[in-house]
Write a protein that binds this ligand. Structure first.
Ligand code: URA
Length: 199
């Protein structure tokens, strides 16, 4: 009975978040979206992957990382011994920027509270931030400013998000690795570190 109540309480909070994101008009990106992409995966995942923003396929389906970058991500997860269905996958920005341009600072700022809410509800132990946008956003919560992804990639850092103690591991964005075997190998290496975190 108690467990059921706890679960029900948690589900209400997710429904609230899902509906807030679906109906969000806090920045200009809502104008062109078909679907806001909240994220997917187990709500008690130990590992969270955080990308940049939905692309065309993601906007169409409402699911994260289902296009070309997503296929590569799936391959790299497999190589690192991780299974996607145990990971919660999301983005720093939930709506697709026009022509897949990079998200603007005010768009990230408007969207960040949703990611913080996801982290507080899921309570992952490790978050892999993929690319400079999500890496910069999470590290800024620890007061760390970065100029590029290379200076922090592959280095673990503890941060606090709400009441959650979280280890952050920045890596390259999978889209950057599509034609670059060196970046691909680096990402797989970082995912292997993540695999060693999983119980
Ligand atoms: N690239 C991202 O950063 N996120 C997605 O969901 C898809 C592609």
């Amino acid at each position: 009975y108690l467990n059921f109540k706890r679960l029900k309480y948690g589900m209400d909070e997710w429904e609230e978040l899902r509906s807030a994101v679906s109906n969000c008009t806090k920045c200009r990106l809502h104008e062109g979206r078909r679907h806001a992409v909240l994220g997917e995966g187990p709500l008690n995942a130990e590992l969270m992957l955080i990308g940049e923003a939905p692309g065309a396929q993601e906007d169409m389906t409402g699911r994260p990382f289902v296009g070309a970058a997503g296929k590569l991500l799936n391959d790299m997860l497999g190589e690192a011994g991780l299974s996607r269905d145990r990971i919660y996958i999301t983005n720093i920005v939930k709506c697709r920027p026009p022509n897949n341009r990079e998200p603007l600072p005010d768009e990230e700022e408007a969207c960040l509270p949703y990611l913080i809410r996801q982290i507080v509800l899921i309570r992952p132990r490790l978050a892999i931030t993929m690319g400079k946008h999500s890496s910069a956003a999470l590290l800024s919560m620890a007061g760390v400013r970065i100029n590029g992804i290379s200076e922090v990639r592959g280095r673990l850092r503890s941060i606090k998000v709400g009441d959650v103690e979280l280890t952050v591991l920045p890596t390259y964005h999978p889209a950057a690795a599509i034609y670059n075997p060196r970046l691909r190998a680096a990402i797989v290496g970082d995912l292997r570190i993540a695999a060693s975190f999983m119980s």
